[in-house]
Design a protein around this ligand. Structure first.
Ligand SMILES: [Zn+2]
Length: 154
């Protein structure tokens, strides 16, 4: 189940962030919330929940090499460093901070890189395996044709 309720769908194939959008001026808000539109020039008192883009580009990133304080729960012992990325969603005009997919560290990232939303395991307790959204490089890895590896010299 999602580690936070209502911020994203946990569809494994196409997870989506859930934001709020002003029905009057189209301003987006993430994390989603109710209430007034944040735009100072808009008088709307309501925001609607809406799915947001699954792809964006890296605006900034960093790497966490030390165990964060609670409520963070490490899923590995010892703690394994992970990257964090602030990803700019062009259509929404927002930057969404998130963990980067397991195994992808800062050295693998650069500003402007295209990222795509994935679902990653967080921690588990007695009742549930929690999942969290994560940013993963969107560019498909170059697939080996398989041809080059057959025909090895004998
Ligand atoms: Zn508005």
């Amino acid at each position: 189940m999602p580690i936070v309720d209502g911020w994203f769908t946990d569809d494994q194939d196409a997870p989506t962030l859930i934001g709020s959008k002003c029905p009057v001026c189209g301003t987006y808000v993430f994390p989603p919330r109710d209430g007034d539109c944040p735009s100072p020039t808009c008088e709307s008192a309501t925001l609607d929940r809406t799915p947001m883009s699954r792809r964006g580009t890296i605006w900034s990133y960093t790497e966490n090499r030390y165990t964060p304080p609670a409520p963070f729960v490490s899923t590995t012992t010892p703690f394994e460093p992970y990257a964090l990325a602030a990803v700019s969603l062009k259509h929404e005009g927002l930057v969404v901070l998130g963990r980067v997919a397991r195994g992808v560290l800062a050295a693998d990232l650069h500003v402007g890189m295209e990222m795509q939303l994935e679902i990653d395991d967080a921690h588990a307790d007695d009742e549930s395996q929690y999942v969290v959204y994560a940013w993963a490089p969107a560019t498909p890895r170059v697939a080996s044709t398989g041809e080059a590896k057959h025909g090895a010299p004998s």
